[in-house]
Each structure stands twice: as C-alpha cells, then as structure tokens.
Design a protein. Structure first.
Length: 453
C-alpha cells in the first residue's frame, strides 16, 4: 500500500533495492578538466543509485560503480581478535608482474585489464588528511602509484571523482565506508582518510573490532570500468596515444601510526593493525568479486593487477598486504569458484625497487598463493570442493545493475607508437615527501567554495 503514491521511478528503485545514501553521493554531474595540452568538459549520466557513466560530449569515458560488496556478511567468522589471519591453503593463483603503473596501464596488452590503485576511501588521492585538491593536474606533483595510475587514464575520470569525493568541502560525497560509519560511529572519515578510535581498553577494543568487521561487507568498491588509457605518459611529458580501455579500482588502506592515526597503547596498536588489515582484505576481495561478477560467462579470464595497498607512508606491514591478497583470493574461491575462475590475478610490484618483487613473491609463497609463470604448472582453478574459509558461507548474492555494459573483451588493438622519452622515477618511496607540494583548495566549476579560514 505504501508504494501506491510512489512515482514510477521511485517504485523501480524500491523494487531494485534503493540506496538513497549512495545516490546522494554523486551530486556534481558536470565540470571541466585540464591536463597537459588536453582540456574539455565532462558530464555524468546516472544509471542507478550506485552507477553512472562519465561522458565527454557523446563519447563515453568510463562507467563508475560503487555498490556495496554484499548485503550478506561475507566475512563472517574470518576476523578474530585473538588470532592472526592465515590463508595458507595451497592454491597457486597470484602471479607477480614487475612493472610501473603508468607504463603498464598503457601497454596494448593491458586492454580490458583492471588495476587496483592505492587511493583514499573517497576515490581521490590527497596529499594528507588536512589538505584536499580539486584539479587532476595537481596529481602531477605526486609520484606515488595511486596518482600515477589515475594520470595514466583519461583525465575526465579522475576529475569526476575529485568533484564528488567526500571531504570537508563535500561532506556527503563519495565514501566507501558510509555503511561502516553508520554502524560503528567511533570510526570517522576525514578527507578520505579513516580515523580510528584510540584510548580503549582491551574489552572495548575487541568490541570495536567486532562491530567494524561485522559491517565490513558494506564497504563500497569504487570502480571506473572501461576507461580510456589515454592520459599522461610515464614521464608526464605528453599524452599517451593508447586507444584501449582498462578498469581502475580506487582502493584504500588505512594509515597505521601515521597521519590521523596514532596509537597511545599496545591495545590501540593491536586494534589499528587488525582493523587496517581487515580493510585490505575487504578492498582486495571487493574488487575481485565486483570485477568477476561483471564478466560474461565463458569469456577469457580478465587480468586484475593488485597494487600493494598501504605500504610506504601508511605503515601497513608487507606481511599484512600479502596475507590480505591471499585471503581475498582464498575467500572468493571458497564462496564462488565460478566467479574466481573468471579472473587472472597478478600482484604488481614496482620495477624501480627490485626488492619489492622478491618480497612479494616470498610472502605469497609462504601463503601458498604464489604462481610462478616461468614454470609449466598451470594456474590454480577453483572447484566446488574448495576447502573451507572462515565460516564457509554460501556465495554472496550477485547483483546485476541494468544498463551497465560488460567490459569489452577480445583482442587488444594494434600497438600504438610510444611517446615515452624518459624512464619513470626511481625513488617512489620518498617521492611524496620530496615532491613539490600540490596546490590545494583550487576551485573547480560546479564545486563548493573553499572552507573559510
């Protein structure tokens, strides 16, 4: 009876499972961008409460989705306060590719691939929790993997995210953890950085951890599908001539004893480490599940490149990063073997640091997940008999969003001539501190004015 007075649009949204909070996250639907010699305007066309397409004139730049991982608790029984994660089932399925993110996005053979980029929980990449940026050009000053990944694609995609990212300027903007914050308000989001509570005793900390992980399935993977890989070249000296499209996942770790999170005790330290690790699992799992669910049945497995989230200045241990990758694939294989087999998973190590590749390979090997491509053994394929993970839940519900075109599959286009003239920088670990500071608080058309001093 309550639906009798609804408009047809509202009734359709109600039947499909309306997400009004998500719908209101994207309120800026048009704007301008400028990057190098390229400038233009973009528009956003909503497809559903949690999806839409970014256009320049009549050309589709990419399709943005931000639905929650699942309506069911797919992580139930996985995270325990007094036990470390262990994903040691032997299933050699994660290769390690040694490359550089801008170069690899723009390789012709990357057509159709996805890249899980380090970002913030609002999809943007800000220099700190106290400074925001408004223009995609400001990413040029940040040589870390996340901004470089966003710069490698069409700039309208990054500018759309910056125009709608949750911050002090746009309080209700894009937010990957709004559902978690609603359930556990002791956690906060500050300009895309998650702020964790401190000062708890052991019992309080355990309850906070349990409440947080119980809501973790509501995390929203922020994904730009099928985006044109025609951004800046790796030397940032010009625009790529690449014609293919890729997928970008704007994922985020949580800073540990850095930025807005400083532990005051051993209990705080334990809480922060375990929460941060759980977020890594959710980001990797959410990305893999969302990408796999989008692929046509019977199609060639799509490559998904997992960049290490949370290393460097975010202080997430490499052990946490590797076990989170391993746990994500193990969980997906156990819950939905058919979805798992639609993927070809690679960890992307940075070619500027040879030790990174060795470290990733060793840590993934310790978890039984490293796939050595130099050997003749085939990559692991899941079956219905995959061993238990967590509480051995049934597969999570797969929601289909009408109007979302599947990622274009098939042969990549002919290789475009390279415009790269310089090698990528080789000191990425220190780049954030050494690079000139970005110009913060630049006003973009359609965006709210800067905060008063």
């Amino acid at each position: 009876m309550a639906s009798a007075g609804m408009s047809p649009k509202k009734r359709a949204r109600s039947a499909a499972g309306s997400d009004e909070r998500a719908r209101n996250m994207v309120l800026v639907h048009e704007g301008t961008y400028e990057l190098g010699d390229k400038e233009g305007t973009w528009t956003y066309k909503r497809l559903s409460d949690t999806s839409g397409e970014v256009y320049e004139a009549e050309q589709r730049i990419g399709t943005f989705t931000y639905a929650t991982i699942s309506s069911a608790d797919v992580f139930q029984g996985l995270f325990k306060w007094n036990a470390d994660l262990s994903a040691s089932k032997k299933m050699r399925c994660i290769g390690v590719t040694n490359s550089e993110i801008m170069r690899h996005v723009q390789l012709p053979e990357s057509a159709g691939a996805y890249f899980v980029l380090p970002s913030q929980l609002n999809g943007a990449e800000y220099p700190s929790d106290d400074a925001i940026i408004r223009e995609v050009e400001d990413y040029i000053y940040d040589n870390t993997g996340g901004p470089r990944g966003q710069l490698s694609a069409h700039p309208a995609a990054a500018q759309f995210v910056l125009a709608n990212a949750a911050s002090w300027a746009i309080e209700n903007g894009i937010n990957a953890i709004d559902g978690i914050l609603a359930k556990v308000p002791q956690f906060k989001l500050k300009n895309g950085y998650m702020v964790m509570p401190a000062g708890s005793d052991e019992s309080q900390a355990e309850k906070l951890f349990e409440g947080f992980t119980a809501a973790l399935h509501t995390l929203r993977p922020l994904i730009m599908h099928d985006v044109m890989a025609c951004g800046l070249t790796p030397d940032k000296a010009g625009l790529s001539t690449a014609k293919h499209r890729v997928g970008l996942v704007y994922a985020s770790a949580v800073p540990v004893d850095a930025y807005c999170n400083k532990s005051r005790s051993k209990v705080d330290s334990k809480l922060h480490r375990k929460v941060a690790e759980s977020v890594l699992v959710a980001q990797y799992y959410g990305a893999l599940h969302a990408v796999a669910a989008r692929q046509p049945v019977g199609a060639k497995p799509v490559q998904v490149f997992l960049l290490p989230l949370g290393g460097g200045v975010f202080n997430n241990p490499w052990e946490s990063i590797a076990v989170s990758m391993a746990q994500a694939v193990e969980l997906l294989a156990a819950q939905d073997p058919e979805l798992f087999n639609r993927l070809e998973v690679e960890a992307l190590s940075w070619s500027g640091s040879p030790a990174e590749r060795t470290k990733l390979e060793g840590l993934l090997e310790a978890q039984g997940k490293f796939y050595d491509k130099s050997k003749s053994d085939g990559r692991f394929k899941a079956t219905g008999a995959t061993a238990d993970v967590g509480s051995a839940l049934p597969p999570p519900p797969v929601t289909t969003q009408k109007g979302l075109p599947p990622m274009a599959l098939g042969k990549p286009p002919p290789e475009a001539p390279s415009t790269t003239s310089k090698a990528p920088p080789t000191e990425e670990a220190a780049a954030k501190a050494a690079a000139p500071p970005p110009v913060p608080l630049m006003t973009m058309k359609g965006a709210p004015p800067p905060r008063p001093a």
